[in-house]
Design a protein around this ligand. Structure first.
Ligand code: ZN
Length: 88
């Protein structure tokens, strides 16, 4: 990461923004523009990259267990908050 205070502000803003959209992104509910923005941020942000990978793996594992069963509501949020409280 590089840049001045403005770049950092933008990064933090995207970081907050991305945090609430991972599950929608993985559900394919984000538009192309928002999806690209989230991917772009995840490339720059180690933490969001980890969250995204963890969610992907969780969903993939659930999909393998039963493709007919939906992931329980709130599961994605639980995974995210686990990762977030892990390390500041
Ligand atoms: Zn981030």
């Amino acid at each position: 990461m590089s840049g001045g205070p403005l770049a950092r502000l933008r990064f933090m803003r995207d970081h907050m923004w991305a945090g609430s959209r991972f599950s929608a992104y993985l559900d394919g509910e984000l538009g192309a523009e928002e999806g690209a923005r989230l991917e772009h941020h995840a490339h720059q942000c180690k933490k969001c990259h980890q969250v995204l990978e963890a969610l992907r793996q969780t969903l993939a594992a659930l999909g393998r267990l039963s493709s007919a069963t939906q992931a329980p509501a709130g599961l994605a949020d639980a995974v995210i908050s686990n990762l977030r409280t892990d390390r500041g």
